[in-house]
Write a protein that binds this ligand. Structure first.
Ligand code: SAH
Length: 245
């Protein structure tokens, strides 16, 4: 696999509190050949501390994109993988760093992909994990499994780089799929329709919505298939006439 694939992998840091960690992440990424860093609502940034900790990776820091929403950070991505310091409930498929690195590189052959890192204090929220198609957990000491943010980025970046150096011939590129933006539009439409048609109770639809996300994320529809599904939802909402003119 080739090194430029690493440049299609976005490292997204959510609401990082310590600017020193942001600098250390830039350094970890540059050491391993990753280039795209996206910061969602960083607490203190830009900051001299971030620049100092980036050491010679301040160019990567200077190119970092700062956004105020995860939607923007994931714009145009085809796959998002979340990181977790804890083993989570079975609602999310969980992989090892090696498996996730292989998947990210495979998918990067067909477009942009993202790896999400959470807050130092509380990690990623369930709503943020809902945006992810799988989770990766670094198998640390179960009694003390939470790594420093930049060290977690270092380990996963190393796995990504190592995977590019493998001798095994690359698997053929995966087929096109709808982007995460398009999938989010579909999930909003689905939620609206389930409520409007009385299928779901707005107060209690979270678990149902999560299961439906899992189902459609497993199916990985392409853009045309998603349009069919949205047409079907519109018809169910009664917004489109089903009669042939
Ligand atoms: N206290 C938080 C952990 C935050 S550590 C919690 O319990 O969830 C900050 C971030 O570093 C995490 O959100 C995750 O992105 C990453 N991280 C830390 N340890 C990790 C591990 N063992 N595996 C995967 N990611 C980890």
């Amino acid at each position: 696999m080739s090194l430029p694939l690493l440049q299609r992998i976005r490292i997204i840091l959510i609401e990082t509190s310590h600017p020193g960690n942001i600098g250390a992440v830039a350094r970890a990424m540059k050491n391993m050949g990753l280039t795209q860093m996206v910061l969602v609502n960083p607490r203190h940034y830009p900051s001299p501390e971030a620049t100092a900790r980036a050491s010679g990776a301040d160019d990567l820091l200077a190119r970092a994109v700062v956004t105020d929403s995860l939607d923007q950070a994931l714009h145009n991505c085809r796959l998002a993988i979340g990181t977790s310091a804890r083993l989570r409930s079975v609602a999310w498929t969980q992989h090892t760093p090696r498996q996730s690195a292989a998947q990210l590189l495979h998918e990067a052959q067909a477009g942009e992909v993202a790896l999400l890192f959470g807050r130092e204090s509380s990690g990623l929220s369930n709503l943020e994990l809902d945006r992810c198609q799988s989770l990766v957990h670094i198998p640390a000491n179960p009694a003390y499994s939470s790594l420093n943010l930049a060290q977690a980025v270092q380990i996963l970046s190393y796995e990504l780089r190592t995977a590019t150096l493998s001798d095994t011939p690359p698997a053929p590129p995966p087929p096109p799929v709808a982007t995460r933006d398009a999938m989010e539009g579909f999930y909003r439409h689905l939620q609206q329709t389930l409520i409007e048609t009385g299928f779901a109770d707005p107060q209690q639809s979270d678990r149902l919505q999560r299961r439906l996300r899992r189902l459609f994320d497993r199916a990985r529809p392409d853009r045309d298939e998603l349009n069919i599904l949205r047409g079907l939802l519109s018809a169910a909402q009664g917004r489109k006439s089903m009669r042939r003119e």
